[in-house]
Design a protein around this ligand. Structure first.
Ligand SMILES: [Zn+2]
Length: 238
């Protein structure tokens, strides 16, 4: 096969590069970073939800306060009217209105009491969410810094290997390079494999598959063939 040595050199460097990239991508910190991000987002959601709950509580308070103020005014008016009138009918009507107002006021006071419990809970959840969020953000930032540092440390090596690959690439036929890129895009390493002699005059692929008669003829004729299962390029060592 044309420029087989170049091809194998390319593959060797590419595998080395893949290992470094995998190291960066699969580092534990990367996983921890994802976790911290999820936890931070959960805390953020708690804060957002409790903020909404707090808003509804505040609006309830404001409405209750407005009603109480109005109600107080009206009660004073009624009391004044009751004192100034001798009319029994009117007094009875005013008393009825007073009773209704008192009932409504008592109910709102009761609900305000219930709200106090809920308010305390909302405030606690809010503070807890904020605290967790702060903690998680700091964890996240620490991990991110470490990961960046790790990447930076590996960067010169990655660049060096990439430059080497770029230098060899032109020496490899374009159609072969295309096959290589396609196989390695599926993370199948090595992509180019030497034919393994299974029995006399029989060959196997790297993946274990024994070559068919037809593929084997192609291998013997051209010096290379594609595996029928894994699609790797199999070459014959001469
Ligand atoms: Zn195979």
């Amino acid at each position: 096969m044309e420029n087989l040595d170049k091809l194998l050199e390319y593959q060797k460097i590419d595998i080395e590069l893949r290992k470094v990239l995998d190291e960066v991508e699969r580092s534990d910190d990367g996983k921890k970073l994802e976790q911290a991000k999820t936890e931070f987002n959960n805390a953020k959601n708690t804060v957002t939800e409790t903020e909404k709950a707090a808003e509804s509580i505040v609006s309830f308070y404001n409405n209750a306060l407005a009603f109480m103020t109005e109600s107080d005014k009206r009660i004073e008016e009624i009391a004044a009217k009751m004192e100034s009138t001798e009319d029994l009918e009117e007094q009875r009507a005013l008393a009825e209105e007073l009773e209704k107002l008192s009932a409504k006021t008592a109910e709102i006071e009761k609900r305000l009491g219930e709200r106090n419990d809920r308010t305390d809970k909302v405030i606690l959840a809010y503070l807890d969410g904020q605290e967790r969020g702060k903690k998680m953000r700091s964890v996240y930032n620490n991990i991110k810094d470490r990961l960046n540092k790790f990447r930076q440390e590996k960067e010169p090596k990655i660049n060096e290997l990439k430059a080497k690959l770029d230098a060899i690439r032109p020496a490899i036929p374009a159609d072969i390079m295309e096959i290589y890129d396609k196989i390695t895009a599926e993370r199948k390493y090595p992509a180019f494999v030497q034919a393994r002699e299974a029995e006399r005059n029989h060959y196997r692929c790297f993946c274990g598959l024994e070559l068919s008669q037809k593929t084997q003829s192609e291998l013997l004729e051209k010096g290379n063939c594609r595996c029928e299962t894994c699609r790797r390029l199999i070459y014959l060592n001469k």
